[in-house]
Design a protein around this ligand. Structure first.
Ligand SMILES: *Cc1c(COP(=O)(O)O)cnc(C)c1O
Length: 395
């Protein structure tokens, strides 16, 4: 049996006709830069996220970059972020000339740890405040601890950029006076950044991204920077760039957005099934397999926070051996991420030599992502678990 990490063929099949119609509509319109399709998607994504506005951009990476530019972050500034994420989080900080500062992660859920953040922010305050912003990542589809992070942001008076590239539609509960309000990823900070890279839960047929914000002034800055900082045309009050979303991508994404909740539900069902299968196989007791923890609700209600499972990640012993074994058995799996950001070779030699983020470094050695895409069958999941069971039984 073959179980790819992600299979876009069964995903495309039921939508193929509508997607081709959408592409044709753009081609026939001869409107190839911004325009109605981009504006339509911007409004739809903003509504979906519960924010005021969306600004379509060229990728998730550019969403982060243009957000930092709009905050005026540059040379001499520092941005507090996580060492355990995709490179673009740090890459955007480096590209504006700022310096990333890393707070270690939580060992259970892999998101940035508010306790580690507070230590760093307190130290920064004593040393004269170089940190100008917080860039938080909602890793694998689950929101970071936004209640505590937003509290820190208020205490230290810092803007929060949410890297929600893996978490469109994820929700985080805020309990106030006994009432729970659910906020969608991207709607809690000054802005939220999304990616439409094909492997995200809402993926285009190429690159694309979006920034959402509830701040009208910030929206205006983003729109201006996305288009070379021009306003009006050919009068450049800022040095922006070409960060525009392609209308073909927008038109395709508008076909897909109404189905997004169904796909999230299937991913969540697949996660439940994995957890059941691992329990039945006796792999959770020892434990051999430790799935990413989902934050429990403080009020003990039946629900957890709403995790959209862009990735289903387990922690295992002898990870690299297991990975090779699964790949030989036709099972796609991947390590997100094998090298922490503060250990990346593009950084100035020695800058982070004395920094250790032991929790992130351990995660980088022990975690493995398994297939979780919505069209995954029960038989495929059973096969994945059976192979993992065999691997640990035979050695
Ligand atoms: C995918 C991703 C990005 C970058 O998105 P692109 O659209 O590929 O540029 C940024 N941050 C995180 C956490 C991601 O997973």
């Amino acid at each position: 049996m073959k179980v790819p990490l992600l299979d876009l063929k069964p995903h495309l099949a039921p939508l193929r006709k509508e997607i081709l119609e959408a592409v044709t509509r753009v081609v026939d319109s001869t409107c190839y830069i911004l325009g109605d399709e981009v504006e339509g998607l911007e409004a739809e994504i903003a509504r979906y996220c519960g924010t005021m506005s969306g600004i379509g951009v060229s990728s998730g990476t550019d969403a982060l970059l243009v957000s930092l530019m709009a905050l005026g972050i540059g040379q001499g500034d520092q941005v507090l972020t996580t060492p355990y994420t995709f490179f673009a989080t740090m890459g955007s900080i480096l590209r504006v000339g700022a310096r990333p500062v890393f707070a270690d992660i939580d060992p259970q859920d892999y998101n940035i740890d508010p306790v580690a953040m507070e230590e760093i922010l307190e130290q920064d305050r004593r040393q004269g405040r170089k940190i100008r912003a917080i860039m938080v990542v909602h890793l694998f589809g689950q929101c970071a601890r936004m209640d505590r992070i937003m509290e820190l942001a208020r205490t230290y008076d810092l803007p929060v950029i949410e890297d929600a590239a893996q978490a469109i539609g994820a929700e985080f509960p805020e309990v106030e006076n006994g009432r729970t309000t659910w906020y969608r990823a991207g709607s809690m900070g000054i802005c939220g950044c999304f990616s439409f890279f094909p492997s995200k839960n809402l993926g285009g047929i190429g690159d694309g991204g979006m920034v959402v914000t509830g701040d009208p002034g910030f929206e205006e800055l983003l729109r201006c920077l996305r288009n070379h900082g021009a306003k009006p045309k050919y009068h450049h009050r800022l040095t922006g760039g070409n960060f525009r979303l392609d209308p073909i991508q927008a038109a395709v994404l508008r076909v897909k957005l109404p189905r997004l909740e169904t796909w999230h539900s299937r991913r969540r069902e697949n996660r439940e099934r994995y957890n059941r299968l691992f329990a039945d196989a006796g792999l959770l007791d020892d434990p051999v397999v430790t799935p990413q923890a989902v934050y429990e609700q403080a009020d003990g209600a039946d629900s957890h926070n709403y995790h959209i499972f862009n990735q289903y990640v387990i922690r295992v012993p002898r990870r690299d051996e297991l990975r090779a074994y699964l790949q030989d058995a036709g099972i796609g799996c991947e390590v997100y991420y094998p090298v922490c950001l503060h250990r990346q070779p593009c950084l100035p030699a020695g800058r982070y030599r004395d920094l250790s983020c032991p929790v992130a470094e351990k995660a980088a050695r022990e975690t493995l992502a398994l297939p979780i895409y919505p069209e995954l069958s029960e038989a495929q999941q059973a096969y994945v678990v059976e192979k993992i069971q065999t691997f640990y039984a035979s050695r």
